[in-house]
Design a protein around this ligand. Structure first.
Ligand code: PMP
Length: 430
C-alpha cells in the first residue's frame, strides 16, 4: 500500500521546527561537541529532539515552553514520575552525609536485602551502573560457572548497548560466540539447543522483548526455556531490566518460572543510575572470596550513595506490590483502549505489550516475534509520533510507552483522544 506520507511527514517536521527555535539552536550547538547532538542515541529523532527544561509529575516542559504528558517515562527508569518526594529526600539526606567514601556503607546492604526479598530467584545480588553492565557480568559469570563458552540469545533482543541483536547491532556487540534463537518458538529453540554439543553457558531472555517492540513471551514459553536449560545444562538468565515492574517480583513472580540469574536496571533506584545482577547463591559465590570465589567485580560507582539511598526509598516507601499491581492493570486497560482505536483504523497499525508498557506498531499485527515487524511502515510510525507530540503527548519515536505512577486516568483519556485524532488526521490526508 502506498500512502502520501512523505509529504505529510515533511509538513510535520516543518510545523515542529517552527515552534521550537530554542531547541533547534541548542541542537546545532550540541552537534559541535556531541555526535548527533546527544549522548544516548535512542533519544534522537528527526528533525531534532526537543530539549527538556524541567519536569514535574507526569509532565515535561521543553526549552521553548511546550508541555508534554510524559508517556515515555525515561524508557522505564522514570516509573516514579518526576517528583517522587521520598526519593528526593533520601538522596538529599545521603548527600548531606557525604559521598565518594571508597568504602562500604549501610545503604547498600538495605538495598540488597530489598532486592533479594522481592525477586524469588535472587538469593544474592551485586550492583552495577547500568543494565548493560549487569548483563555483561551475568553472562561472564555463567561462562565462568559452567566452563562453557557460547551464549544463546534471541534474534532482535536488546540487552544493552553492547548486546543488541537487532538490525545494525552487530558492530558493537560484545564478542561472544552467540547461538541465535527465534522468540516465542519453543520448537525452534529446542531444536537449536539440542543440536549443540552442550557448549551453551547461558540462555538470556527478556520475559517481554522491550526494545524489539514490547513482545511478551507467550504462555508456556518461559517454562519451556526453563526445561530446555535444565536438559542441556545451560543457565537461564532473565533480563528483567524492563519487566521487573510487572509485579513486586517482576515476571518471574507473575509466571512462577525462576531463572538461575536475573538482571535488573532502570527504575529500581528511583531513577538514579542503576543496574544489578543476582541469582542462586552457589553461582554468586564466585564473587565471594570467603567461599572460594575467584572472580572480582569492579565498579567505582557500584555502591554510590545516591543510587543506594534512592533505591532504598523507592523500594521501601513507594513500590509496594499493590502499587505495581495497580499500575499493571492500568496499563492493560490503556492498551486495550489503544487497540480499539487502532483496530477501527484503515491504516496498518497495531499494539502489543504487557502491563504498563506497550508499543504501537505500523503493521497490522499480531507481533509475536521481531520478524513480524520487519515490514513496518517507518514513515507512518514517525508521522504518528509527530502527531502525538503535536498534541502534547511524549512517547518514544518508535512508538514505545512506559507509563509512570504519575500518569492518571485523565492522562490516559488525553492519550486515547490524541491517538484517535492523530489516526483520523493521517487517514484523511492519505
Ligand atoms: N536490558 C533491557 C531489556 C533493556 O531494555 C535495557 C535498556 N533499555 C538494557 C538491558 C540496558 O540497560 P542500560 O540502558 O541501563 O544499560
Amino acid at each position: 500500500m502506498t500512502y502520501r506520507l512523505d509529504a505529510q511527514l515533511a509538513a510535520a517536521y516543518e510545523r515542529y521546527a517552527a515552534k521550537r527555535p530554542h531547541s533547534q539552536a541548542l541542537f546545532d550547538q550540541a552537534c559541535r561537541v556531541l555526535p548527533g547532538g546527544s549522548t544516548r542515541s535512542v533519544l534522537d529523532f528527526s528533525p531534532f529532539s526537543f530539549r527538556v527544561a524541567r519536569a514535574e509529575g507526569s509532565r515535561l516542559v521543553d526549552v521553548d515552553g511546550h508541555e508534554y504528558v510524559d508517556f515515555l517515562g525515561d524508557y522505564s527508569a522514570g516509573l516514579l514520575g518526576h517528583d517522587p518526594g521520598p526519593v528526593a529526600a533520601a538522596v538529599h539526606a545521603a548527600l548531606d552525609r557525604g559521598w565518594s567514601f571508597g568504602a562500604t556503607h549501610v545503604d547498600e546492604i538495605r538495598l540488597a536485602e530489598l532486592v533479594c526479598q522481592r525477586y524469588p530467584s535472587i538469593d544474592q545480588v551485586r550492583f552495577t551502573n547500568s543494565g548493560t553492565e549487569a548483563n555483561l557480568m551475568a553472562l561472564q559469570l555463567a561462562r565462568h560457572c559452567t566452563g562453557r563458552d557460547r551464549i544463546a540469545v534471541f534474534d532482535g533482543a536488546y540487552h544493552g548497548g553492547l548486546l543488541y541483536f537487532g538490525h545494525g547491532g552487530e558492530a558493537l556487540q560484545a564478542p561472544f560466540d552467540y547461538l541465535r534463537l527465534p522468540y516465542n518458538d519453543l520448537h525452534g529453540v529446542c531444536a537449536a539447543l539440542d543440536d549443540t554439543v552442550d557448549d551453551v553457558a547461558a540462555l538470556i531472555v527478556e520475559p517481554m522483548m522491550g526494545a524489539a517492540g514490547c513482545i511478551p513471551a507467550e504462555p508456556g514459553f518461559l517454562a519451556g526455556l526453563r526445561d530446555a536449560c535444565d536438559r542441556t545444562g545451560a543457565l537461564l538468565i532473565f533480563d528483567e531490566v524492563m519487566t521487573s515492574r510487572m509485579s513486586a517480583g517482576g515476571v518471574q513472580l507473575r509466571s512462577g518460572v525462576l531463572p538461575d540469574l536475573t538482571t535488573l536496571g532502570k527504575f529500581l533506584a528511583g531513577g538514579m543510575t542503576f543496574g544489578a545482577f543476582g541469582g542462586r547463591a552457589d553461582l554468586m559465590a564466585a564473587f565471594d572470596p570467603h567461599r572460594g570465589g575467584e572472580l572480582t567485580h569492579g565498579g567505582t560507582f557500584n555502591n554510590n550513595v545516591v543510587t543506594m539511598a534512592g533505591g532504598v526509598a523507592a523500594l521501601s516507601e513507594l513500590l509496594s506490590a499493590d502499587v505495581l499491581d495497580a499500575l499493571f492493570v492500568r496499563g492493560e486497560d490503556l492498551r486495550a483502549r489503544v487497540a480499539t482505536v487502532l483496530e477501527r483504523s484503515t491504516l496498518p497499525l497495531s499494539v502489543s505489550g504487557m502491563g504498563s508498557m506497550f508499543t504501537i506498531h505500523s503493521v497490522r499485527g499480531p507481533a509475536r516475534s521481531p520478524a513480524d515487524l520487519v515490514g513496518a511502515d517507518q514513515a507512518l510510525k514517525e508521522l504518528l509520533f509527530h502527531h502525538l507530540v503535536e498534541r502534547g503527548i511524549f512517547l518514544a519515536a518508535r512508538g514505545f510507552v512506559a507509563m509512570s505512577l504519575a500518569i492518571g486516568d485523565d492522562d490516559c483519556d488525553v492519550f486515547v483522544d490524541a491517538l484517535a485524532d492523530s489516526v483520523t488526521t493521517i487517514e484523511t490526508a492519505v
